[in-house]
Write a protein that binds this ligand. Structure first.
Ligand code: BMA
Length: 864
């Protein structure tokens, strides 16, 4: 066997037409290379984004010189592979043009045999400006394609929105949480490969049927042979082995080998079991010699989207290995405007955060990019299901043959790239295009089609149907059998026809509910607008002060300052935060108070939404809030900011996504209903304890009763007319504390916390107020801290002398608390633990308990 690989990492770059070459990082981008060479200021700082728009107007070139030994010449095949080029790139090998790339989402391989020589060889890539490349396409088309998130004005292009012409990450053009940085460069690995024997190019483990008894699989082994060859194919996994004799012809071919595994260890998502993984190894053998080898790691599982008519419409839920899953999670966007800056540790922190927040699903949203291998590998390992969008969002796309065939190749490449990952639960065509266009309801949608003549309308809808109802579903069916395809999110029904696209009907399909926030509806509407699967809803807040100070100076700390506005991409954002704050929270005394209040506000809104969705189970079977993360430091809907710092929302999510929760609903003003929601696969029996306190903390009344929560259920477990519960007391003068106690070994949210006598654990505890926080008088709390003996300073107990709302802990280190932004009642101390971010790898600790320094404790009263 002879196979040589050379990773091409040693590059220089310059703007075309300039003299001097500068050192470059590959994988990387022009922007980050300019920054490292001191040619530009930090892109995320202040208003620098505005000053860096010249970069995308230029062409850039990258160059490497490689030295090849004589041995390369003798090899039958020499290939140059680029796993990602952003975006319009011409590649030259020793001055010969070998490739014109036009899609950042595809990998490119070219045969360069005969072009390379022993000794020095030059590879040069010219990245043509997407602006100069795509403006003529817009001009040729003669009319604008809708792309409202494209910040063309910021880029100096006025109304000319060109994002839809390039197969390039849509968010690069700007979004309502993202800056406009049209990157270019070699953004994934570049490699030179030579061989003169058969090579396994790809190993796919197709899962035909999988259940607890047996897994029937097919290993599809794609082989490239420089000449005819015969030998053996061997596939092995976990000590089992399958073999067959094979004969190869020259060229590429797919070998198949049937595999049966008895009593497989199934892959489960977080909360349902362990995410078991199998590594399969495929080998081509010539006698005892291994000619080529390839490995694929996968998990054995059956995942499907179940859509069955029922009394309320059509179900919409995921079933994993026959078990219905209530999806709990968030929408993921790219972790950086400059993708190549995202380290393994940052991916791990995001995924560990998702799991620590009791999630079981992330949606890779269609305005970003098909994520890196690392992301999916971590989702596999941690048991997070992935709702995977294709990269199309909030726009109408061209339908010419060149564009369509580019999309076809992109879809096939990415489906094949990701299909071994057990985390992939669904392929979804696009984000919000069906509902924005609204073909079958004239006066719905975002007003795009109404402005067009019949001919253009027809053309755009045909292109839409071609991409999302033919090309993409065909790519999934052909390459990833067993995984469902859903054309658009949100959507009511699967294919064509008048009644079957997005409408505002809640009984079918998935829902993006933006009545709260964009529609300015009150938080209480989260209780009313519940669909079968809530794939988006959200509320903004600012990042914390430390993060704000990474892009702003003290002098910029005002809502309307230039810098603050540059880091708020939703035109109405700051005003909306302010208006909602006025509805629910006391007036903050200064900008710091405003930041804090924005966190508490966001957490409260999304908590209400999540609880309402979970209470509606099994009618509603999923809730993915907008959004998990940020791509730069900015005011946004994220629960975790660009630096991975948890906002109050992340703590609220963690509590609201616990396996078992209590949820108190008194929105109708008439009754107080306590729900028990359980995602457990077995019933649980315990005791519900309700305590009515006055706001000084004194106990007023108490109820307790045994309760049984059925497996996988939501039910009202206590109800009382509000008048009877309050007995004439002012709603603002009391709060209700609901606790669920369970006997036995089960650990509650406060590990080891025991209430009363015996071994009963507090499984869940929740404070419920009858009026918004702004209507409850608060006095300054004195909170005392006692270290928990033996915890090394990582755990401490907090007690307050008065009711303290939204107790906020900050420390110097980067890390998380077991809880934060919680309420403290006098006489009811609470123990929290601090953990450092990271501290382990490869399945080790993601958060390591440690004693923090500089602990500061504040509560709402300190900010007003
Ligand atoms: C949804 C998303 C994004 C957007 C978010 C907030 O529509 O799909 O397009 O960032 O709302 O407006």
């Amino acid at each position: 066997m002879k196979q040589i690989q050379m990773s091409l990492t040693d590059w220089v770059f310059r703007a075309c037409g300039e003299e001097a070459w500068l050192p470059a990082n590959v994988p990387g981008t022009v922007h980050t290379d300019l920054l490292r060479n001191g040619r530009i200021d930090r892109p995320f700082y202040g208003t620098n984004e505005h000053d860096l728009q010249w970069i995308d107007k230029k062409n850039w070139e990258y160059r490497t010189v490689i030295h090849l030994e004589e041995t390369w010449q003798a090899l039958a095949v020499t290939e140059l592979t680029f796993a990602g080029l952003d975006t319009y790139a011409d590649v030259y090998v020793n001055q010969v043009h070998v490739l014109a790339a036009d899609n950042m989402f595809r990998a490119w391989t070219v045969n360069v045999k005969g072009l390379l020589q022993a000794g020095q060889n030059e590879i040069r890539i010219v990245f043509r400006s997407v602006v100069s490349e795509d403006l003529p396409k817009l001009e040729a088309l003669g009319y604008a394609l809708p792309a409202p998130n494209d910040q063309s004005e910021l880029g100096g292009l006025q109304e000319q929105r060109i994002s839809v012409f390039a197969r390039k990450a849509p968010y690069h053009y700007g979004w309502d949480w993202g800056p406009r940085f049209l990157t270019s460069g070699i953004w994934r690995e570049a490699m030179l490969t030579g061989r003169d024997a058969a090579e396994i190019k790809e190993l796919y483990i197709r899962q035909n049927t999988v259940n607890g008894q047996e897994a029937r699989l097919t290993a599809l082994v794609e082989v490239e042979a420089p000449q005819a060859w015969s030998g053996m194919l061997r596939v092995s996994a976990r000590g089992q082995e399958w073999m067959k004799a094979v004969s190869l012809v020259t060229g590429s071919q797919t070998l198949e080998l049937e595999l049966v595994i008895d009593q497989p260890r199934l892959w489960w998502c977080n909360g349902l079991g362990s995410p078991e993984l199998y590594t399969f190894r495929a080998e081509l053998l010539q006698g005892a010699e291994i000619v080529s080898v390839s490995e694929a790691t996968t998990g054995l599982r059956e995942i499907k989207l179940v859509r069955k008519p029922d009394a309320q419409g059509t179900s919409f839920y995921f079933e994993l290995n026959g078990v219905p899953v209530f999806a709990k999670g968030a929408n993921h966007i790219p972790n950086d405007s400059f993708i190549t800056e995202v380290t393994e540790e940052r991916y791990r922190h995001e995924i560990a955060t998702a799991v620590a927040s009791n999630m079981n699903m992330l949606r890779v949203w269609g305005g970003g990019f098909y994520e890196e291998e690392e992301f999916y590998r971590l989702c596999d390992e941690y048991g997070l299901l992935v709702w995977q969008d294709f990269m199309f969002a909030c726009s109408m796309y061209p339908g010419d043959e060149a564009f369509l065939s580019n999309v076809r190749a992109e879809a096939e490449y990415n489906v094949r790239r990701l299909r071994n990952h057990p985390c992939i639960a669904l392929w979804c065509g696009n984000n919000e295009i069906d509902s924005a266009w609204s073909e079958y309801e004239e006066y719905m949608g975002w007003g795009w089609k109404e402005k067009m003549n019949a001919e253009i309308r027809g053309t755009l809808w045909r292109a839409y149907e071609e991409i999302f109802h033919r090309i993409l579903p065909e790519a999934v069916a052909a390459n990833h059998p067993g995984i469902n395809y859903w054309p658009s999110s949100p959507l009511r029904e699967l294919t064509g026809g008048q009644d079957q696209h997005a409408t505002r009907i809640m009984g079918d399909g998935d829902i993006h509910y933006w009545g709260v926030w964009h529609g300015k509806e009150p938080f209480e509407n989260y209780n009313l607008k519940v669909g079968r699967f809530m794939s988006e809803y959200g509320f903004q807040s600012f990042p914390e002060l430390k993060s704000v100070l990474s892009y702003a100076e003290e002098a910029d700390l005002a809502l309307e300052s230039k810098v603050m506005l540059a880091h708020q991409k939703n035109g109405q954002g700051n005003r909306l935060i302010k208006e909602y704050m006025d509805m629910y929270l006391p007036q903050p005394k200064d900008f710091r108070g405003f930041l804090y209040m924005s966190h508490v506000l966001q957490a409260e809104g999304i908590r209400m939404a999540i609880e309402s969705h979970r209470r509606s189970k099994p009618y509603c079977m999923g809730t993915l809030y907008w959004q998990m993360n940020d791509c730069w430091p900015v005011a946004s809907w994220a629960g975790m900011d660009y630096y991975g710092r948890w906002k109050a929302l992340q703590y609220a999510v963690r509590r609201s996504f616990q396996e078992v929760i209590l949820s108190v609903d008194s929105t109708d003003g008439e009754s107080v209903r306590v729900y028990g929601v359980s995602d457990r696969r077995e019933a649980l029996s315990g005791e519900l304890v309700l305590r009515l306190h006055d706001i000084s903390g004194a106990l007023v009344r108490e109820w307790s009763q045994p309760v049984i929560l059925a497996a996988d259920s939501s039910a009202v477990i206590f109800t009382l007319p509000a008048a009877e519960l309050l007995e004439g007391r002012e709603p603002a003068s009391v709060l209700l504390v609901a606790s669920l106690l369970e006997s036995g070994q089960e650990q509650g949210p406060e590990a080891g916390q025991v209430l009363g006598t015996g071994t009963r654990q507090v499984l869940e505890r929740k404070e419920h107020y009858f009026v918004p926080a702004k209507d409850i008088p608060l006095s300054k709390a004195v909170i005392t801290v006692t270290e928990v003996p033996g915890s090394g300073g990582a755990s401490f107990t907090l007690s307050s002398d008065v009711l303290a709302r939204g107790v906020h802990l900050t420390v110097e280190e980067e890390g998380i608390f077991s809880d934060n932004y919680f309420d403290l009642l006098p006489g009811e101390p609470k123990t929290v633990e601090f953990s450092l971010r990271g501290g382990g790898s490869g399945g080790g600790a993601d958060f390591t308990p440690a004693a923090p320094t500089g602990l500061v404790i504040r509560s709402m009263a300190d900010y007003i």
